[in-house]
Design a binder for this molecule. Structure first.
Ligand SMILES: Cc1ncc(COP(=O)(O)O)c(C=O)c1O
Length: 442
């Protein structure tokens, strides 16, 4: 990289940063200039341990050779091919490879460029699926409070994060929400999935009684909600959702954008929980976050329902210019090779008990009111500063960065999701950073 790009530019104003307090950031910028395996390097030359796999995406760690080489050679060979009415071999190869590791029955893959696009694709597929089968009245979508499904209009409509919704008008019509499953009064400091709250799934029956099943296309949930501060499904909850959806002919969509590709110690949360959805949205870990890519997995019955009518007709009027972009496909194949060679899709299972003990050793530290964990995900919930919610966790984030660890905060919750290559020593290091930070903040 040229030195020019390694120094901090002296005018930061042109770039309107996403999900960032722009004015605050630009007064004291935090810049990464390179990365390798478990570490970032900052513009002032410090190493920072990655406790969040970037944004829940760099599951194989940074700048992994197989992925870098795959991208480099693909860029020199076939840079782009039109995504509509044309193909190129590696997009088909990638789809086959993904189907090979997907839960049984999820036989088809539709490519997108992000989690948000995967969600929009899944919602549209669900509604269109019912229509092609002659059940066009099924158009309603059910999401969940505190759900995060990206930032496009469908995703924020089924999502349940007030700040992501309130500025943007009336959103999609015909959407309702299940209650969230965060029950700290009953489940605080649970290890793994909490005991209490499976009955919250029965609320779906209430919504069905209210709207009638014949108007409902799909239910979408994150098997484990990440972006709203790691909210776990109570024991039996996802199974109940599955049963109710099946009973009423409603499609179940799992948004596996963060849980996909090994985060829980199984390839997908569907495998971990033994519950297979009808549609599964993924992104992030599919290409190790290196090149934007998303993949929507679909059951054969859903795909096949579209494959009717005259053969010269397009079956699904949806797609993106960069769906299955060759360089993104190469990155994803390099990623899958790396996952396979290093056993990363199941490595979390072996590390999870160590991770759990390390995280829960923070119980009793200042401000900590709950700790939650599953696979290689952890959350440490802090008591908010009275009258200034989010401020305490944000100062923990800044302090951790200064000390040499990247953590992520949402509300007053610290969320951790390291690359799946993390060692036990690095888990200790990460948790020690958090402990020191908690002891040093007000
Ligand atoms: C469950 C879930 N769905 C969708 C998204 C949106 O993904 P993207 O930012 O790639 O659009 C995210 C991002 O964190 C996510 O966690």
């Amino acid at each position: 990289m040229s030195n020019r790009l390694k120094v901090t530019p002296n005018d930061l104003s042109a770039f309107w940063m996403p999900f960032t307090a722009n004015r605050q950031f630009k007064q004291a910028p935090r810049m990464f200039v390179s990365a390798k395996d478990m570490h970032y390097t900052t513009s002032d030359g410090r190493k920072v341990l990655d406790g969040t796999a970037g944004l829940w995406c760099v599951n194989a760690g940074h700048c992994r050779p197989k992925i870098t080489e795959a991208i480099q050679s693909q860029a020199a060979e076939l840079d782009y091919a039109p995504a509509f009415q044309m193909g190129h071999p590696i997009v088909f190869e990638l789809a086959n490879r993904l189907v090979d590791i997907a839960p049984k029955g999820m036989d088809h893959v539709f490519f997108t460029n992000s989690g948000s696009e995967s969600v929009e694709t899944a919602l549209k597929m669900a509604i269109a699926y019912h229509r092609v089968r002659g059940e066009g009245s099924r158009t309603r979508l059910i999401g969940r409070e505190r759900g995060y499904h990206g930032v496009n209009f469908g995703g924020i409509s089924v999502g349940g994060i007030v700040s992501n919704r309130k500025m943007f008008g009336t959103l999609l019509g015909g959407v309702d929400h299940l209650p969230h499953t965060h029950l700290p009064e009953k489940n605080a400091f649970s290890k793994g999935v909490p005991e209490h709250g499976a009955e919250l799934a029965n609320d779906l029956e209430r919504l069905i009684a209210l709207h009638d099943a014949s108007t409902i296309a799909a239910v979408i949930v994150e098997p484990v909600a990440g972006s709203t501060g790691v909210i776990l499904p109570p024991k039996g909850y996802l199974q109940k959702l599955r049963e109710i959806c099946t009973k009423h002919g409603i499609l179940l969509i799992f948004d596996e954008v963060i849980t996909g590709f090994g985060r829980l110690g199984a390839p997908f949360a569907a495998d971990y929980f033994g519950v297979t959805p009808d549609i599964m949205t993924t992104a992030k870990g599919v290409s190790n976050g290196v090149i934007p890519m998303g993949a929507v997995f679909v059951k054969k019955e859903i795909h096949d329902a579209f494959m009717t009518g005259p053969e010269h007709m397009i079956e699904f009027f949806h797609g993106y210019t960069y769906s299955g972009n060759p360089i993104a496909c190469a990155a994803a194949l390099g990623t899958l090779d790396t996952y396979k060679e290093e056993g990363l899709l199941t490595r979390g299972e072996e590390l999870a008990p160590y991770w759990e003990d390390a995280l829960h050793s923070l119980k009793g530290e200042p401000h900590v009111i709950d700790i939650r964990n599953i696979g290689l995900i952890g959350a440490i919930e802090l008591a908010p500063i009275a009258g200034s919610p989010t401020k305490r966790a944000f100062s923990a984030f800044v302090k951790a960065f200064e000390r040499g660890a990247l953590i992520r905060t949402t509300g007053d919750i610290i969320a951790l999701s390291p690359p799946l290559i993390i060692t036990k020593g690095q888990i200790n290091e990460l948790i020690d950073h958090v402990r020191d930070v908690l002891r040093s903040i007000d």
